[in-house]
Each structure stands twice: as C-alpha cells, then as structure tokens.
Design a protein around this ligand. Sequence first.
Ligand code: KG4
Ligand code: ZN
Length: 364
Amino acid sequence: MPDSVPFLLAPNALILGIESSCDETGVALVQAGAQAAPQLLAHALHSQIAMHQAYGGVVPELASRDHIRRVLPLTAQVMREAGHALADIDVVAYTRGPGLAGALLVGAGVACALGAALGKPVLGVHHLEGHLLSPFLSADPPEFPFVALLVSGGHTQLMRVDGVGQYQLLGETIDDAAGEAFDKSAKLMGLGYPGGPALAKLAEQGDAQAFKLPRPLLHSGDLDFSFAGLKTAVLTQTQRLGDQLEARKADLAASTQAAIVEVLVKKSLAALEATGLKRLVVAGGVGANKSLRAQLNAACAHPGRKGGPVRVHYPELHLCTDNGAMIALAAAMRLQSGRQQANRAYRFDVQPRWPLDAISTALT
Ligand code: KG4
Ligand code: ZN
C-alpha cells in the first residue's frame, strides 16, 4: 500500500503507544474503532528519576541507553496484561518529538522495527498532542472546542483546540516553563530533582503569603508567560534566609507555588474570555498539582465569572506526566479523523524541536 493513503481503523483495532521523549519509558495498548471512544487496555511505565537524581537533572545519553533497556520488557508486560499477542497489534505509534533526540530515536527505531516485523503501519505522534488529548481517556472526557493549558517540564502554552489536529497557539512562555519554575525553585531549596512534586508537597505545610514573590506578566494584557524572574526572586530569598532557610522552607515553597498558580489561573481565565469558549483542558505534568486544580476549579465555577461558568477537564492523575497511553490515544484519535496517513515504508525521523501548531493543518 502506498504511504499516501489515509489509514482507516478496523473495528476494535489495537494501537500500541511508545513514549521515550525524556526520562520516562512508557508503553500502552489502546483499543479503538472508527468511531468508538478509545479505551486503555494496559499501560506500563519506567521512570528514570532515580538514575538521573545523582546528576541533579536528566543526562541525555543515560536516558537513551535506559530507554533501550526498558522498552521491550515494558512492551511484553503490556501485551501480557492486556491478554494479547504482538501479532494482534494493528498500529504502532511512537513519540516523534519534541524531546531529546537520542531518546526519541530509541522509541522511533523500536516502533518502526516492530511495525516492519508485524507488517503493520507506524505513526509518529507529537508529544504535546498526546498530553493535550490525554483527558479523553478520563471518566469525564471533554468535547471540542476548548482552551488547553499545557503545562509540562518544557512547555507552558495556551492553545485554542477546535478538533484533532486543529491547534492555535494563543500564548506561551517567553523563557522558563511552569514545570521548570517548580523544578529550579525546588533545586534552590535543596529538594532534589525533579522538584515539582516535592515542592508541592512541602507547600501544603507552608504559608503562601509569607514571601512576596513576583507574578511575571500577570497584567501584560496578552496570554504569554514568563517564569525566569520568579526563579531569580526565589534565589534571592534563599540567599537572604541563609541559616533560616530550613525553618522557612515550607513557607517559601508555598509562596512560590502560589505565584506560579496565580499566573496560570489568571491567564487561563483571560484565554477563556478572549475566545469565548466554555471549556478548559489542563494537561502536562504540572496539571497534577493539587493547588492548581483547586484554584482553577474554583475560579471557573465562580458564579460571578464574566461569561458564565466553565467546565475544567484533567487527565487521570497517573496520566498527567509522560506515558505511553497518551501517545496511543493521540494516534487513535488522528486515525479516527479518517485523514491521517500511516507509514508503511518504515523510514523514520524524529523532531527534537517541533511546535504543536506546526501540525495543525496536517489533518485539515
Ligand atoms: O509532562 P511532564 O511529565 O514532562 C514533560 O513533558 O516535560 O512534566 C514534568 C514536569 C516537571 O517539571 C515536574 O516537576 C512537574 O511536571 N510536576 C509537577 C507536579 N507533578 C509533576 N509540578 C508541580 N506539582 C506537581 N504535583
Ligand atoms: Zn510531557
């Protein structure tokens, strides 16, 4: 079959998803038909956090090597748990980008080899599209159109989403991502890597008003973000505190989290107002943050909100951070559009830098 023919999903087709863009190897099996909502049959994940911790951040070469070690055992585990054989797979999906080039190449190489061996098509997926669509696997899936707040370790973006493959960038960070702001602040407080979850946990015991930290670009009138200044302010506070840091750490963590969350909430509301849309989808690792969820829910449900209440949708907590399920899901939803081509030539490339809105027109 030539490459250029759209691939149509058979009823109950099985899509294997492989994620290897950074420091997590994720594999999942999703079942989907031409129309039926995709179902997650099984997924498995190996986090490299413990391995990278000694270095205070991700070491790309170690990440690639570890993906090589993990991907096939995880695939075997997923197939076993789903009660299927490799030969039952209809499509193999992998993360094509953005991410670490070497790490991406592992997933792409394995996916194409598997596709070639099985004689099944292969599909390269955008990692952020996976995050963005991940709430469709939740018990409360959204409907199009919606505003998406994408908050991961490398990206902070507000998108207008009108359908699968229809993504319009509304605003993004001009420097650090929200996840980076969590991680870098946590590092300054000696909370290890990746510090986001640790900082959030410590913040539960602190006073969010204790330190006055900047809310960068809060009143900029656009939908862009900036978090680099916040990190510098946290650095200044840690230096000022000196020996007192240990005793005030929870307060500093709570104040830092409050600054990040306030900006994310205000800008999300501004995006909803600007677009007139009534749905918000929050995706990416920072979307697991409890304080962000609580404050977004409160602000969006507020009866006094200009434009009326807004429904907020999240991925299941365990699917907020990187995983293979969102990659299989994004592939399934693209194939359900009936306009997505799949690769049967088994040539692959990866896209370490790849803006999400660049794939917007691919399906239209
Ligand atoms: O989406 P993700 O798993 O990976 C990327 O694609 O980047 O996001 C990872 C980011 C890290 O910065 C991590 O610290 C942050 O998400 N994160 C959190 C929480 N859980 C993960 N940040 C704040 N609170 C959390 N509970
Ligand atoms: Zn991610």
